[in-house]
Design a protein around this ligand. Structure first.
Ligand code: PEP
Ligand code: MN
Length: 677
């Protein structure tokens, strides 16, 4: 250190230089100290030791205060400075230990692209800061990278999700929605696109440029200025660099990173060619299990939701964040493929899913949105540390249990929660293309047991519409007790049902029997039916829970009401809040009817759940002459809807003919229920 007494007191500039140098040394030392902290975190990770040792922290600060006194430094100053330093160390260590990738071991990370790709550079930036050694699983497409994690070939994937110039990377959003992966981290990576060519290439002589569509979007202004130059789309930025190297033609260039230029021995013809100099891509880190972020580590939570179609639906959802004083940092909307009536909203906000304030908001959201999925909480580098205690301005109804990933950490004795009256007092109204199930009006659903032919389903649709029915039903995938019985017309039948529904303006209900078919059927059907034989097919329930269509859950023929509500919980806890129940008769000792219609289920369920309840007298009775009195009884006891089977010629029906109403019986029933007239 410069001896102050020897310096010229008038030469302030020189002294300032000294101070600058000292500050720079302090920064270097702090960085060095941080690197040691990370090494300790890794050791703690291996030995499974806790990240905090309060006694050691206090002892260390006391030592520094004492040492500071020897240098004539104020004890208050040393105390404050070292507390900050120690807190930062703890934060760094907790961030590392809180990750789903354990420090001190190598993680296999799936990325799209070869070495030198932006995904790899961003991954490097992210995992270097965590002190994690990485081996890469290189995938050709984003979908392959996601699949690698789902199949266990990689522990994590790093995927670009948003760019400051070109916006959301919708393919990745859509992929992640359908995957069951959780967000466990994110990283903002500065993308510096360069125009690369082989030796001797010049911009003026270029005739072709290979580039990734994202790079084209981000460098559109530069590319527009290139004359007589063809843009060739390419799947991967780094790969385009390798390709032009192989072609060895100086009239062909690529857009990639400077690192790619180094890797493939290319010249940088121009640096920084993006429309905006500040060009950042946000990458998300995803894993099969959610990350647990320790309290006190600044974190961010990502969710995806769909709200109803009524005016103000989105505002009402967002108001919950405002009322709880939670800062929203990102809102992105995506259309739902094949479902143009609905829109998905992706939200990022400050806070951890374990924060009581965040839990209250997420819980409140489940009461008012149609779909809600927590994608994950993860440490956020962009945030300043903030107090753990959050202020919740508007206090929600009391006595709520905690909620993480839409699954209560304290389960009620009944085994369900999101479906319970305790969770939501107001009746849920399931809206199907404008039809409201769960309101004051009785909703009639009718149609054939199975779609058998074009003529059959069109004739049924016509009578349903003319008599005041609201929805058209028809089975295409039939879960038959015997493998030799008619199994339904499958997707061909679904096409007929869709056309009949369209012809008469009726939304359609059809059964789904296997998880693989949920996506395909959800593209076409307005309501997904889960039949009695599948009420406890949990992978099927989870699959419809991830779909963006209302679900009609029929009661298992031997299930109690609580088992039924727990089955509904499987759907709700996956995100889909648009569920209604259908009582269809249970097995008892009585053989006079096919099943015994448990009408008392209706008022009991209305006490226990906010979900709408409808009644299917056809499958309960098994005999068409009993359907009308049971339907009237269902209406009288307060069911929100009735579903019946009808057929133009029940004698020739391929399934459930004996219980199917003839058209005239059906129109009489509708009149008796008070429709038309
Ligand atoms: C049906 O509705 O056609 C059906 C098969 O019902 P369940 O699952 O109640 O037998
Ligand atoms: Mn049937």
């Amino acid at each position: 250190m410069t001896d102050m007494t020897d310096s010229n007191p008038g030469d302030i500039e020189l002294i300032r230089d000294d101070i600058d140098r000292i500050d720079s040394d302090i920064l270097k030392l702090l960085a060095e100290r941080k690197a040691h902290s990370l090494r300790i975190a890794r050791e703690k990770g291996i030995r499974d030791r806790p990240s905090r040792d309060q006694q050691r922290e206090e002892g260390l600060i006391a030592d520094r205060i004492a040492a500071g006194m020897d240098h004539d430094l104020d004890s208050g100053l040393v105390n404050r400075v070292w507390r900050e330093i120690v807190n930062d160390s703890v934060r760094i260590q907790q961030e590392v230990l809180g990750r789903s990738e354990a420090p001190g071991r190598a993680a296999t990370v799936a990325i799209q692209g070869i070495e030198g790709s932006y995904s790899q550079l961003a991954s490097q930036q992210y995992f270097d800061s965590k002190g994690t050694t990485v081996s890469y699983h290189r995938a050709q497409t984003f979908a392959d990278a996601v699949a690698a994690v789902q199949h266990g070939d990689a522990e994590l994937a790093v995927l670009p999700i948003e760019n400051t110039t070109s916006g959301a990377i919708s393919e990745v959003y859509d992929l992640l929605l359908n995957s069951r992966l959780h967000f466990v981290g994110d990283v903002r990576f500065r993308v510096r696109h360069c125009l690369l060519g082989i030796e001797g290439a010049t911009i003026a002589d270029l005739r072709r440029v290979y580039c990734h569509p994202q790079a084209v979007a981000q460098c559109s202004e530069f590319l527009a200025d290139l004359e007589d130059c063809e843009i060739v789309y390419f799947s991967d930025t780094a790969l385009s660099g390798r390709k032009i190297r192989e072609m060895g033609d100086p009239s062909i260039a690529a857009i990639a990173s400077e690192e790619a230029a180094r890797l493939f021995g290319l010249d940088v013809l121009q640096n920084g060619i993006a429309n905006r100099d500040e060009n950042y891509t946000r990458f998300v880190v995803v894993a099969p299990e959610p990350a647990t972020v320790p309290d006190g580590v600044p974190s961010k939570t990502s969710i995806v939701m769909s709200v109803g179609n009524h005016p103000g639906a989105l505002m009402e959802a967002l108001a919950l964040f405002h009322d709880a004083d939670i800062n929203l940092v990102m809102l992105e909307s995506r259309p739902i493929p094949h479902n143009p009536r609905e829109e998905l909203f992706y939200l990022d906000f400050d806070g951890n899913i374990t924060d009581p304030g965040v839990q209250l908001v997420v819980e409140s959201l489940t009461r008012q949105v149609r779909f809600l999925k927590v994608l994950g909480s993860y440490p956020s580098r962009d945030l300043r540390p903030k107090p753990i205690e959050r202020k919740v301005k508007k206090v929600m109804p009391e006595g709520r249990s905690e909620l993480t990933q839409l699954t209560p950490s304290t389960t009620s004795p009944s085994g369900y929660k999101l479906g319970s009256r305790g969770h939501k007092q107001q009746n849920t109204i399931v809206e199907v293309a404008g039809v409201k199930i769960g309101g004051d009006d009785l909703v009639m659903i009718a149609g054939p047991c199975a779609v058998e032919s074009w003529d059959q389903v069109m004739a049924a649709a016509k009578v349903v519409k003319e008599s005041g029915g609201a929805l058209l039903r028809g089975g295409c995938f039939k879960p038959r007790t015997s493998p030799y019985s008619f199994q339904g017309l499958g997707y061909e039948g679904l096409e007929m049902l869709v056309e009949a529904g369209k012809a008469f303006g009726l939304p359609i209900v059809t059964e789904v029997v296997s998880p693989q078919d949920v996506e395909g059927i959800a593209r076409k059907a307005d309501v997904l039916q889960i039949g009695t034989r599948n009420m406890q097919n949990f992978s099927l329930l989870s699959a419809v829970g991830r779909a963006h269509r209302p679900v009609m859950l029929k009661r298992g023929m031997s299930s109690s009401l609580d088992e039924w509500l727990q089955a509904a919980e499987y759907i709700l806890s996956e995100g889909n809040q648009q569920v209604f129940l259908c009582e269809r008769g249970i097995r008892t000792f009585e053989t006079s009817t096919r099943n015994t219609l448990d009408l008392s289920a209706v008022p009991v369920l209305r006490q226990r759940t906010h979900l709408p309840v409808i009644v299917d007298p056809s499958h309960a009775a098994g005999n068409r002459d009993l359907v009308a009195p049971l339907a009237l009884a269902a209406q009288a006891i307060g069911a929100h809807g009735v579903m019946v089977e009808i057929h133009p010629e029940p004698e020739t029906a391929l399934s459930d003919g004996p219980q199917s109403l003839r058209f005239d019986q059906y129109t009489d029933l509708m009149a008796a229920l008070g429709f038309g007239g």
